[in-house]
Design a protein around this ligand. Structure first.
Ligand SMILES: NC(=O)c1ccc[n+]([C@@H]2O[C@H](COP(=O)([O-])OP(=O)(O)OC[C@H]3O[C@@H](n4cnc5c(N)ncnc54)[C@H](O)[C@@H]3O)[C@@H](O)[C@H]2O)c1
Ligand SMILES: O=C(O)C(=O)C[C@@H](O)[C@H](O)[C@H](O)COP(=O)(O)O
Ligand SMILES: [Zn+2]
Length: 363
């Protein structure tokens, strides 16, 4: 089963094919655009597991190159960005060429940023291969990391199309599945109580994270993302809600070290923290009281970290958060929940941030 959705962003509408067989739509799309050359950007794992399948679908109609970047956040550096652009120049890509981002969110973010800036911007296509990349492949946020923090250098540049072939998800390790599922939980938290309830009922253990169970959750998650992106392409207002859990999440990734904690794992802990702040600053129920108790236990059953490692300093984390892009006039702003499905963007004093982080510390 596969279907076509459309992302209607202010700067243009593009198709997103999702399902088993979504990749079959790629060749027709490429013939319609007739690019001068394709540059497939991927990482070593995806290359080894799935590149042959992609090349088979592309066929012999277009000249192509393949460029391999390191796995994970190591791809999102100034060095890798420059190396990729150098390769593209050496391969004689021109303005009618296309980048194909073939992999997870790290590959997609780097490739999108390269496409946004190569010869002042050329087209690219997202071919996501992780659960997480249902989120990163749409909406046009592209970025690399700065040594000081996550995603600090980037551009808004939407892909021309997204081909989300769900059979690629079969080879994902469980840790990557959980990392990606955290973004679906995020979308449900800011989306609607019914969506979240369904997730809690249907995904009651990591073993349930298989493509046949994920079609609907992924589609619903994408619809939540589409809703906010279509209303606010460049994060001037409601798009910020998609950042639920990310203020602490990004600080944790930087503080613990990229790769030691996956993006979605950090976002899961960040959502627990945001919920704790929501109790104090948005009128939501306090952690472990009523509904949030069930939610926290569900996260723990799935294997997410709901406590902060004791070795981390709340003060240092608060300092890291000061580079968050939602910061305004020197004040930290968090996406909090008034209720499930009712996010708000609220400034929180630093002292309260440190106090709530301290409360969240585990053994
Ligand atoms: N642009 C956005 O809107 C947006 C949204 C969410 C996250 N992100 C970014 O996305 C990144 C995280 O995404 P991710 O976890 O998908 O990134 P990733 O590209 O690092 O992939 C995670 C790991 O999974 C492996 N992998 C990928 N596909 C596989 C498959 N089919 N089978 C087996 N292994 C596979 C990769 O080799 C890698 O080791 C972060 O950098 C985050 O900041 C961006
Ligand atoms: O699309 C968005 O907007 C998001 O915030 C989605 C997030 O899941 C994603 O991790 C994004 O890259 C974070 O954006 P940033 O602006 O905080 O870097
Ligand atoms: Zn994210």
């Amino acid at each position: 089963m596969k279907e076509k959705l459309e992302i209607r962003a202010k700067s243009g509408t593009y198709p997103l094919w999702i399902g088993t067989g979504a990749l079959k739509e790629l060749a027709g799309f490429l013939r319609g655009r007739n690019p001068s050359k394709l540059l497939i950007v991927t990482d070593p794992t995806v290359k080894q597991l799935h590149l042959d399948t992609l090349l088979e679908e592309i066929g012999d109609d277009f000249p192509y190159g393949v460029y391999t970047v390191p796995k994970g956040e190591e791809a999102k550096t100034f060095r890798e960005y420059e190396r990729l652009l150098t390769f593209a120049l050496e391969e004689e890509l021109d303005r009618r060429s296309l980048f194909l981002a073939f992999g997870g969110g790290a590959v997609g973010d780097l490739t999108g940023f390269a496409a946004a800036t190569f010869m002042r911007g050329i087209g690219y296509v997202q071919i996501p291969t992780t659960i997480l990349a249902h989120d990163s492949a749409i909406g046009g946020k592209t970025a690399i990391n700065h040594p000081l923090g996550k995603n600090l250098i980037g551009a808004f540049h939407h892909p021309l199309a997204v081909f989300y072939e769900l059979s690629f998800l079969e080879t994902l390790p469980v840790r990557e599945k959980l990392s990606g599922f955290a973004e679906i939980i995020k979308e449900a938290c800011i989306g609607s109580p019914d969506f979240l309830q369904e997730l809690m009922e249907e995904i009651d253990g990591p073993e349930k994270l298989v493509p046949e169970n994920l079609y609907l959750p992924l589609k619903k998650g994408i619809l939540v993302k589409k809703h906010f992106v279509e209303r606010d392409e460049r994060e001037e207002s409601v798009r910020a809600f998609l950042n639920f859990g990310h203020t602490l999440g990004h600080a944790l990734e930087k503080e613990m070290g990229y790769g030691r904690i996956a993006h979605g794992e950090a976002v899961a802990t960040g959502m627990v923290f945001a919920l704790s702040l929501s109790g104090a600053f948005a009128g939501f129920c306090a952690p472990y009281e009523g509904w949030t108790g069930d939610w926290l236990r569900w996260l723990e059953t799935l294997g997410y970290r709901t406590k902060l490692p004791a070795s981390l300093s709340p003060e240092r984390l608060a300092e890291r958060m000061k580079l968050d892009k939602k910061r305004e006039k020197g004040r930290l702003r968090f996406v909090l929940l008034r209720k499930i499905g009712e996010p708000v963007l609220t400034a929180v004093p630093e002292a309260a941030v440190i106090e709530h982080l301290t409360r969240m510390k585990g053994a």
